[in-house]
Write a protein that binds this ligand. Structure first.
Ligand SMILES: *Cc1c(COP(=O)(O)O)cnc(C)c1O
Length: 381
């Protein structure tokens, strides 16, 4: 009889330095936003990935909301994005009155199918929001070419895409704006947390103002103005330096974290490849332009009922595997607002995609065990 295991879907990893840096932040006497650790985090990202300007936010959701305000998204504007994504990608623009025009996924990869975008562009379209699902790059050259042709903004939802690349270029560096997440389910975490990246210089000044409640406090602290006041709309989007201190400890270990995740991700693929060859499961296609960050290890089952049985078999073996997004175009909130187009591949990934445990402290033996359950399932079915 097999030993009963208990493998959660995710386990937040602590590098060990988090509480030390939090203590340092507290000792510094300034624990509100934009303290010493926030500056260190901004510099880290600007130096390592060449992002023009980084601004920590309290979540990726907030970064997307800041982006929507920054782009002056208004009632009646249209924003194109995939339906297979997290609620916040759409909600941030809906809050400003935009209509979301959902595009389908590719047949072999949950990312937005760029061949469909041009037909969805109208005179009201303001922005395209590609989502790099699982840290796998969207076809950014095509998206940027369309944006240029029709004078649209591109906001990368890079929530899952830290340290991922498109043709060697870091994701988050390609759109006018990009939003990252440090939620505890992502590769690099701070509990809750996010970041807006501004690659188009025109937006830097105003982004700082919107993030600071509509005031020019950032310019004041740099000595550029002699008093600060209310100059624009805004909200409170900046996190406490305590959050940044936690995050900095994680970032110091990013190379180690990424290396381990890639080992585990590759092991899943190697172990399960024979099932793919036999046509029993599929892996999402990783396009040749994409170098992923091993954010998600997933397989694609044949139908929703098979996936449910596999989840159950894994659960009985002590392994927590989970499905992912419910299509936004058929959600309770958006169904009546959607234009009625069917998005079959979005529904397909909604029904068939299954995420397997993947976190720093997972072992290669754990992966072998999980894969053995999946093999057993498909050999008996
Ligand atoms: C996690 C995630 C978000 C939201 O991030 P938060 O930091 O939790 O607000 C948005 N979009 C995508 C694609 C995500 O995976």
């Amino acid at each position: 009889m097999e030993i009963k295991q208990s493998i959660p879907f995710n386990k937040p990893y602590l590098t060990g330095k988090e509480s030390h840096y939090i203590y340092q932040a507290v000792l510094s006497g300034k624990i509100s936003g934009d303290g010493i650790f926030t500056k260190r985090v901004h510099e880290f990202f600007e130096n390592k990935y060449g992002f023009k300007k980084c601004l920590l936010t309290t979540s990726c959701t907030d970064a997307l909301e800041l982006a929507a305000i920054l782009l002056d998204i208004k009632e009646g504007d249209e924003v194109i994005m995939p339906s297979y994504t997290f609620v916040s990608t759409a909600n941030a623009f809906v809050l400003r009155g935009a209509k979301i025009v959902f595009a389908d996924s590719y047949f072999n990869n949950p990312n937005i199918d760029v061949t469909q975008i041009e037909a969805l562009i109208t005179s009201k379209t303001k922005a395209i929001v590609p989502v790099h699902y699982a840290g796998v790059a969207c076809d950014m050259d095509s998206i940027l070419a369309l944006a240029k042709k029709y004078d649209l903004f591109v906001v990368e939802d890079a929530a899952q895409a830290i340290d991922s690349y498109y043709q060697g270029k870091p994701l988050g560096s390609l759109g006018h704006l990009a939003a990252f997440s440090f939620h505890e389910t992502k590769n690099i975490i701070s509990g809750e947390g996010g970041m807006l990246v501004i690659n188009d210089e025109r937006f830097i000044k105003r982004a700082e103002i919107i993030r600071e409640k509509g005031t020019n406090r950032s310019a004041f602290f740099r000595g550029e103005v002699d008093k600060y006041g209310w100059v624009d709309v805004g909200s409170s989007f900046l996190p406490s330096d305590i959050i940044a201190a936690f995050l900095f400890a994680q970032l110091e270990n990013i190379d180690e974290i990424q290396a381990k995740r890639k080992v585990l991700w590759n092991r899943y693929h190697k172990n399960l490849e024979s099932l793919q060859v036999q046509g029993k499961i599929k892996f999402p296609e990783i396009p040749s332009y994409a170098e992923s960050n091993a954010h998600i290890a997933c397989i694609i089952c044949n139908h929703v009922e098979e996936r449910q049985r596999l989840i159950q078999s894994l659960k009985e073996a002590g392994v927590m595997a989970v499905f992912h997004y419910l299509s936004l175009h058929t959600s309770n909130y958006y169904l009546n607002r959607h234009d009625g187009r069917t998005l079959p591949y979005t529904d397909y990934f909604s029904d068939c995609l299954l995420r397997l445990p993947l976190y720093f402290e997972l072992t290669e033996e754990d992966v072998d065990y999980i894969c053995s359950i999946i093999h057993k399932f498909y050999n008996n079915n």
